[in-house]
Design a protein. Sequence first.
Length: 403
Amino acid sequence: MHSKLGKNFALKLISVIIAIILWLIAIREQNPEISRSYDNVPVKIVNEDKFKEKGLTLVYDIPSEVSISVKGRTRDLEKIDIEQLEGAIDLSEINEPGEYRLFVDIKGLPSGVTLRRKPEIIVKTDYLVHKDVVVTPDVIVKEAKGYLAFPYRLKPSNTVRVSGPENLIKRIYRATVSLEISDVSSTVEYSLPVLLLDEDGRMIESKYININPRYVIITVPVYPLKVLPVKPNIAGVPNENYEIEGIEVYPQEVTVSGDKSILDKMDSIGTQVMDIEGATADVKQTLKLQKYEGVTIAPSSPNEVEVVVRIREKNIQRSLTINNIEVINVPEDSEVELEPTSAEIVLGGPATIINSVDENSIKAYVDLANISRGEHRLKIMADIPPGTELIEIKPAEVTVNVK
């Protein structure tokens, strides 16, 4: 009897175990364990403030998204809300510059779902440093005909302060802004982003490089051109016996540029002072052109000119009275009477010669050659010093009575 009961219990137990196994197999077939992949899972950085407090910074931006592979029962996987999936990397454990492989913690997975493999991100860190860099713009401005572009101006400053990873900051050779415009006929102003370049002209970029200011304003003044004659500024006068014959200027004209309202009021451009006081010969000097506020000499014109003041001796006239008019070639055994016996001689010529002449250097006379006895009107003749010119004899004739 007992043997029969024991045998029945064993059969029942085996039946139960088989039933459970069949139930588990059925359940597994209805809710099997599977794997799924999800792309574009956003990643954020945590504890970045603690990281920065150590004087550190990231060198390059980390990926903003990762892909994950998970596993779990079908029904558990169906509970995943993609919008709730989020990755995070923790920077708090990094204490010095270097390259690190950090695991990405994934949040938003429901119970029963696990990662097949935890995603990793490689981050590169460096010390945070800063320095000032001069901005040297690359500017190409082609003016319209009849206009001139002046040197650019930068605002608020021609330097920027850059901060970021030490390795990148050390490579910065210069900062620049780029501007290329043509056919410009008025002043232009642009707000341009500052670019950082290495020694080979390659651009240095990183999210973790800060530029202050990020933009600079570049102003390129463009003004009209005008051609003006040069008017030398001559001071003083030559020696009293000399005078200015002429003034020569090389070049005679220069091109200037400036605000139209200023140029409209200009009809010439002056020079620095040229002193000719007491000059007795030509005076030649190189003179700088006068500076005017708001006016610039065009690059095509010189900033100075050659000026020659031609000096010549004055030609003057002078009257001298000759009290004794001589008589030459008087016939033998004759007496001669003159009326009048004196004459005024007017000489002309260089001042230094004329001023040195006196009555004794002039001979006034009448020639009686071939003159018969009686009364005659004869022309007064004069011998004058070399270098002089006989302008007039007053009276031109005298009455000669030959007895």
